[in-house]
Design a protein around this ligand. Structure first.
Ligand code: 2AM
Length: 189
C-alpha cells in the first residue's frame, strides 16, 4: 500500500484554503488541482509499503510524537516549486515553526528503523494545491504572477495529531484515508 505521513487540516480550514485557491482553478491552467478533501501537509512520503508494517509504523509514530505539545501554525502565501515561472507544484505556504520542524524530525526518526531513508532536501512545509500537467510549458503560466496577486488567504490551525495516510490511486485522482492517527500530548502540563 502507498503510505505517507501528514498533518491534516481541520475541515473548516481545509475548506477556507480550497475556496481561496478558486481564482487559480478558474484560470484554466494546465494543472491537476487537488480536491478539497485531499489538501494536507506532507511530513514524509513513504511510498509502497508492506501491509504488515502498518501496525509497527503507527506505534512508532504515536511513540515519537506523543510527547510533543499541540501548537498553532499560520498558513498563507501562494507560491510554486521550483518557481512561479516554471511551476511543477503550486502551494500555499506554512509558517516556519520550530515545533513543526521538530515534528517532521520526530517522524523521520520514527520511520527510519523501518528502512525509510531521511530526506536529503530541507523540510519545506507547504499545502499542495495542484501539480502542473506533464505537457505544460512555462509559457502556459504567464498569467500566474498576476493571478497570485489576486489570491488572498491567511489561515491558522492547531496541530493536534500526525496521521499515517494511505493514498489509493484512481482515475479521479488519489483518494486519501487515515490508517493511524498519532495524537500529540493532550493532557495539560
Ligand atoms: P506534497 O504535499 O509535497 O505534494 C501523498 O501522495 C503525498 O506524498 C503528496 O501530497 C506528496 O507531497 C507526497 N508525494 C507523493 N509522491 C511523492 C514522491 N514520489 N516523492 C516524495 N513525495 C511524494
Amino acid at each position: 500500500m502507498r503510505l505517507f505521513v501528514a498533518v491534516n487540516l481541520p475541515p473548516e480550514e481545509r475548506s477556507a484554503a480550497f475556496r481561496a485557491a478558486a481564482p487559480l482553478r478558474d484560470a484554466r491552467l494546465p494543472v491537476r488541482w487537488v480536491a478539497e478533501h485531499g489538501l494536507h501537509i506532507t511530513l514524509k512520503f513513504l511510498g509502497e509499503v508492506d501491509r504488515g508494517l502498518v501496525g509497527g509504523l503507527g506505534s512508532a509514530l504515536s511513540g515519537a510524537v506523543g510527547g510533543a505539545r499541540p501548537f498553532e501554525i499560520w498558513l498563507g502565501g501562494f507560491g510554486a516549486f521550483p518557481s512561479l515561472t516554471r511551476p511543477r507544484v503550486l502551494w500555499f505556504g506554512i509558517e516556519r515553526h520550530p515545533a513543526l520542524e521538530l515534528l517532521a524530525n520526530d517522524v523521520e526518526h520514527a520511520v527510519g528503523p523501518f528502512g525509510f531513508a531521511p530526506e536529503l532536501k530541507p523540510f519545506q512545509p507547504h499545502l499542495t494545491l495542484g501539480r502542473a500537467a506533464r505537457a505544460a510549458r512555462p509559457s502556459d503560466f504567464r498569467s500566474l504572477g498576476t493571478l497570485a496577486a489576486e489570491v488572498e488567504y491567511a489561515g491558522v490551525m492547531r496541530v493536534e495529531s500526525v496521521d499515517l495516510m494511505q493514498s489509493t490511486l484512481g482515475r479521479g485522482g488519489p483518494a486519501y484515508s487515515v490508517v493511524h492517527r498519532a495524537p500529540l500530548a493532550c493532557e495539560p502540563e
